[in-house]
Design a protein around this ligand. Structure first.
Ligand code: FAD
Length: 386
């Protein structure tokens, strides 16, 4: 029996989109929340930001329930109604349309900073105490409580500590939680690209032997967000090219899917890491989001997995949380992450090869998937994160 509801004091390390959405959800349940963030309030400029996330329906549902989705500026959202995925080196191609599963869209492209700022403001408005420009330098967790010490010398006592401090999670490292880790040795190059043809709300992705390139539709019908994942050596070469040479390579890889392409921002590279912590729960320490798992952006599911962690954690805290329920939460979320990581690895291995037989097989696989309706519907549902 859980007894009458008792408000918990919860410290969350990391005010990214996952830490802030957990803070807001828990605060709305009546708990006392502190978020420690080493940076300040996220700020964004007039032009589209470089980092975006394709958010699936379950993430949007959570953000609606938190009252944040409604606050996002419409002109910074890029709903996408279709996906087109093809293989640069074979005849394989697959196209999904939201209408094929009776949905209005498959999700929406959101600029990370736009979402983070809305979450930050909503959290403060609901009474979450955000301690910005500070970080945890020490923590102790026992079976019954948590103590954290900040760089500013402030000390906090709490019932739970949630680490949402990203894929290099200093909290996870301090707690010495073992990591299953293998680096992708790939880098994701991001930029905003102006397109000659209308993007039509279609998220496009082409697979090259060196890695996938995605063009994600932004609100402006001629702007897409580029995520070019390439082996690190190749990515470094690409980043070192001048704008003209870089765009020539991108144009050649695009199979003219969007007509002539122009660079509309700077370019930046992010190392891609595949990893997950073997334990996400240690006494009263809980890992969520990229602190617990990070995956290849090719399926656009990293943040969606993190929102899934929050969706499943909230019911545990709606009544009085206990260790057994938290363990069940950990098992469920690990299964979701491991399934996704396995699928990403298989995809990457399947496509990251120039072997002619493998190319033929994936070409046939794509064609079959595109023409067999039940299989296609399954794929669309997977893309929707269902
Ligand atoms: C190129 C690229 C494209 C992607 N595209 C998609 C996509 O389309 N769809 C999708 O779902 N996912 C995508 N992802 C993944 C997605 O960006 C991440 O899963 C998501 O940002 C994780 O959010 P988070 O809040 O867990 O971590 P983070 O965003 O890393 O936030 C962690 C926060 O913790 C703070 N922090 C760190 N250390 C400390 C400390 N010691 N003390 C205090 N604060 C600290 C940081 O400042 C930061 O604010 C992509 C990733 C990459 C690299």
């Amino acid at each position: 029996m859980s007894g009458p509801f008792k408000a918990q004091t919860i410290v969350i390390v990391g005010g990214g989109m996952i830490g802030l959405s957990a803070a807001l959800g828990l605060r709305l349940q009546g708990h006392r929340l502190f978020v420690i963030e080493r940076s300040g309030r996220p700020e964004y400029s007039e032009s589209p930001e470089l980092r975006v996330s394709a958010l699936a329906h379950h993430s949007r549902k959570l953000l609606c329930e938190l009252g944040v989705w409604q606050q996002l500026p419409q002109q910074r959202l890029g709903p996408y109604t279709g996906m087109q995925v093809w293989d640069h080196d074979s005849f394989g191609e697959i196209e999904f349309k939201a209408a094929e599963v009776g949905a209005d869209d498959l999700g929406a492209i959101v600029e990370n900073k736009v979402l983070e700022q809305a979450l930050w403001d909503a959290a403060i408005a609901q009474g979450v105490q955000i301690i910005a420009d500070d970080e945890v330098v020490e923590h102790q967790v026992t079976e019954s409580q948590v103590t954290v010490k900040l760089r500013s010398q402030q000390q906090l006592q709490a019932d739970y500590l949630i680490a949402a401090d990203g894929n290099r999670s200093p909290t996870r490292e301090r707690a010495k939680l073992p990591l299953s880790f293998w680096d992708y040795e790939q880098t994701g190059i991001v930029a905003v690209i102006k397109t000659e043809k209308l993007h039509d709300g279609i998220a496009r992705q082409v697979f090259l032997p060196t890695g996938p390139i995605a063009w994600l539709p932004l609100n402006d019908a001629h702007l897409v967000s580029l995520v070019w994942s390439a082996d690190t050596e190749k990515a470094q070469q690409l980043l070192a090219l001048d704008e003209h040479a870089f765009m020539n390579q991108l144009q050649a890889a695009s199979d003219q899917c969007l007509g002539k392409l122009e660079l509309d921002s700077v370019r930046a590279g992010f190392p891609l890491r595949m990893q997950y912590a073997q334990r996400w729960l240690e006494q009263r320490l809980i890992l969520i989001g990229d602190a617990a798992h990070s995956i290849h952006p090719l399926a656009g599911q990293g943040a969606n997995l993190g929102f899934g962690d929050v969706v499943d954690l909230l019911p545990v805290f709606a009544a009085n949380p206990n260790h057994r329920e938290l363990r069940a939460w950990e098992r469920k979320r690990k299964a979701a992450a491991v399934t996704m990581i396995g699928a990403m690895e298989a995809f990457k291995r399947g496509f990251g090869t120039a072997n002619p037989l493998a190319k033929l097989v994936r070409g046939i696989g794509f064609k079959a998937a595109n023409s067999i309706q039940p299989l296609k519907r399954q794929l669309i549902k997977a893309a929707l994160g269902e």
